[in-house]
Design a protein around this ligand. Structure first.
Ligand code: UDP
Length: 328
């Protein structure tokens, strides 16, 4: 029997990698995407349904057509800086859109739900290594919008029996090791692709956002996780839900923190090219350090990152950067 999974944002960076992992695990990933930030070319592993999460009638139609066994909800706005300058876009595009989707899923009795949340829900915790029990205190509208959706899932679980796996991602990086899909944002705002663009002259330099943080080299520390490892976690999460384990939250990180300067150094040595740098001011909404100290995903899902070394992530991103691109 085919097992369809509705993948919102399946044309995006993480969603497209998850579709590949779902297909490899025997599921049919049905991408639902409005292509505002996603790419039609990235939908390679299952059917495509063009639509917007704000369009409830369209959602109902797609649920009725495909009868999915579960939802994986990737579609979101995800830029910290933009969320500070235009919070309304984040509350509408993330929270209102997710409410529509969750209500449509409940109406269709599709009650297994995997949600992409973020370590940005924690805020600035002053050097604390984070786990699922760490209190959430977001310092930007992006993190606040994701925390609101987490709360929504809990309430819909209590009222309507929705079962959710909430993944709090740390910094996702890399590209499909087989080169079929990769990262492509327009505009690009993420550190590793920006470094690669600076390396090959597509932008004049990488600006380091803040060199006066209370860290050993003054730059922010993040925990990077390979997108293919993250995709694998989603399949494990889906199986965990299908096994009737209930609902849970899992942090997905490698447990190792790297500063912005360490990532720049790693990119320099992997590409063997110079990285033009500018030291700039802090970016609004950035936490000093976000590192996962969680073992829950390892213990409960049996998930362990296979490509935990940032060198592997940067090497895959570099290969994609040099050869991969999408057209809408
Ligand atoms: N960063 C930077 N320059 C850039 C983009 C990002 O110094 O042009 C820093 C940013 O301040 C953060 C880290 O790189 O400390 C990762 O940022 P990114 O936007 O990739 O992910 P986020 O942590 O916001 O999810």
């Amino acid at each position: 029997m085919t097992k369809n999974v509705l993948v919102t944002g399946g044309a995006g960076y993480i969603g497209s990698h998850a579709c590949k992992a779902l297909k490899a695990a025997g599921y049919v990933p049905v991408t639902f995407d409005n292509l505002v930030t996603g790419w039609r070319d990235a939908v390679r592993f299952g059917p495509f349904e063009h639509g917007d999460l704000m369009d409830r009638a369209r959602l109902d139609e797609v649920f009725a057509k495909w009868q999915p066994v579960a939802v994986m909800h990737f579609a979101a706005l995800s830029q910290v800086g933009e969320s500070m300058s235009d919070p309304g876009r984040y509350w509408r595009g993330n929270v209102c859109a997710s409410l529509n989707l969750i209500e449509a899923a409940v109406a269709a009795q599709c009650l297994d739900f995997v949600f992409s949340s973020t370590c940005a829900t924690y805020g600035d915790q002053d050097g604390v290594v984070l786990n699922e029990a760490t209190p959430q205190a977001p310092i930007n509208a992006y993190g606040a919008s994701k925390r609101a959706i987490e709360n929504m899932l809990t309430d819909f679980g209590a009222a309507h029996g929705l079962r959710s796996v909430i993944f709090r991602y740390f910094n996702v990086a890399g590209a499909d090791p087989e080169g079929e899909v990769g990262e492509h944002h327009r505009p690009e705002t993420h550190l590793i692709p920006l470094i690669l663009e600076a390396i090959d002259g597509k932008r004049p330099a990488l600006t380091i956002f803040g060199t006066d943080y209370p860290t050993p080299d003054g730059t922010c520390i993040r925990d990077y996780v390979h997108v293919a490892d993250l995709a694998d976690a989603h399949v494990l999460g889906l199986k965990w839900l299908a096994a009737g384990k209930g609902s849970s939250v899992f942090c997905l990180g490698s447990g190792t923190g790297y500063s912005v300067r360490q990532i720049v150094d790693a990119a320099r040595s992997i590409t063997n090219r110079n990285v033009p740098l500018v030291e700039g001011p802090r970016r609004a909404g950035d936490a000093t350090q976000l590192v996962s100290g969680s073992v829950r995903a390892f213990a409960e899902l049996g998930w362990a990152p296979q490509r935990a070394d940032v060198a592997a992530m940067i090497a895959d991103a570099w290969r994609w950067h040099q050869t991969g691109h999408y057209e809408r």
